[in-house]
Ligand binder design. Structure first.
Ligand code: ATP
Length: 292
């Protein structure tokens, strides 16, 4: 095998709780992660020398290549498993960048999986997940995929049953929300209300879509909505067009709504698009599905 193509899918958080701030500055979280069918396309080609190259096709500037998580993941595989050959990597970026959708983490996960196959290393997913924590707390989940409970700093994973079929509208407004600022402003130890994550797990087991959507909550919104009113405006737009519920994903600023049917999600998409265009706001918008 000389080359391989792979799709790296984004995630949303159906629920996101920050339980407490730890002594070391990290935060203990409890999140329900869900993969969605929005993806980056990646192609890997073996090289005869040991170099790793990366070509990016993206509307956003992803900065220096050696800082890219794809490069770091390829280097990690090379160093850990003593691979002598290098690889040329091509990325077609579709996942919104710095959006709370784990775009970088899923590219890193895809790279570890692709190199495992390309060089026929035969390493188990479990081992790759273990090694991948070095690259970021979300990378093990991105290797696993599907629906999962993430605890600890996000790296402790328990697979969960997939939600029933539904359509999603995902909107990324053109604002930058620094994750570090969200955590610092949150005051996790003083939060009075926490999402009903255990109730959502039960609703997933029961395949109860409204049981799931009625428990969708993200504690980080308490910080971001205050500073960026567009986040709650987009949620209200989605709900007014029939979303069962709508919340922000991760530390934002992406917002998603869950709809019973694709027709409803498409109608809501047109509505949100035109409302944002009237305000001269250019957002990235996707109609998609859960991916399990
Ligand atoms: P998370 O949900 O895990 O917090 P995110 O969706 O908020 O992630 P990313 O899209 O992963 O954020 O990007 C965060 C930063 O990582 C960007 O500012 C970008 O410069 C850098 N980065 C490194 N590698 C990548 C990559 N392959 N794709 C996107 N961003 C990358």
């Amino acid at each position: 095998m000389n080359n391989i193509e792979i799709k790296a899918r984004a995630k949303i958080n159906l629920a996101l709780d920050v339980c407490r701030r730890l002594e070391n500055g990290y935060h203990e979280v409890k999140m329900i992660m869900q993969m969605v069918d929005i993806y980056d396309e990646l192609r890997y080609q073996k090289r005869s020398d040991s170099q790793i190259t990366l070509k990016v096709d993206s509307q956003d500037d992803l900065g220096d290549i050696t800082n890219n998580l794809i490069y770091k993941a390829a280097k990690l595989m090379q160093d850990t498993y003593g691979i002598e050959c290098g690889v040329d990597i091509y990325l077609n970026k579709n996942i919104p960048v710095a959006a709370g959708m784990a775009g970088g983490s899923t590219d890193a996960a895809a790279t570890m999986l692709a190199i495992n196959e390309l060089f026929e290393l035969g390493i188990s997913k479990e081992e790759l997940m273990e090694k991948s924590v070095k690259l970021g707390a979300d990378v093990p989940y991105c290797i696993m995929g599907g629906t999962a409970l993430a605890e600890g700093i996000g790296e402790r994973l328990t697979p969960l049953p997939s939600p029933p079929q539904a359509s999603l509208l995902v909107v990324k407004p053109p604002i930058m929300v620094p994750t570090k600022w969200v955590y610092e402003t949150l005051r996790a130890n003083e939060l009075e209300h926490h999402p009903d994550v255990d109730g959502m797990i039960k609703a997933l087991q029961d395949k109860d879509l409204t049981g799931i959507t009625s428990r969708m909550e993200n504690v980080m919104e308490t910080v971001t909505e205050r500073e960026y009113p567009i986040i709650s405006e987009i949620k209200t737009m989605m709900k007014s067009k029939g979303a069962l519920n709508s919340i922000m994903s991760g530390s934002g600023p992406s917002i998603f709504g869950v709809f019973d049917s694709q027709k409803q999600a498409m109608d809501a998409c047109d509505f949100v698009k035109s409302r944002l265009e009237n305000k001269n706001i250019r957002a990235q918008i996707f109609v998609t599905d859960f991916f399990n």
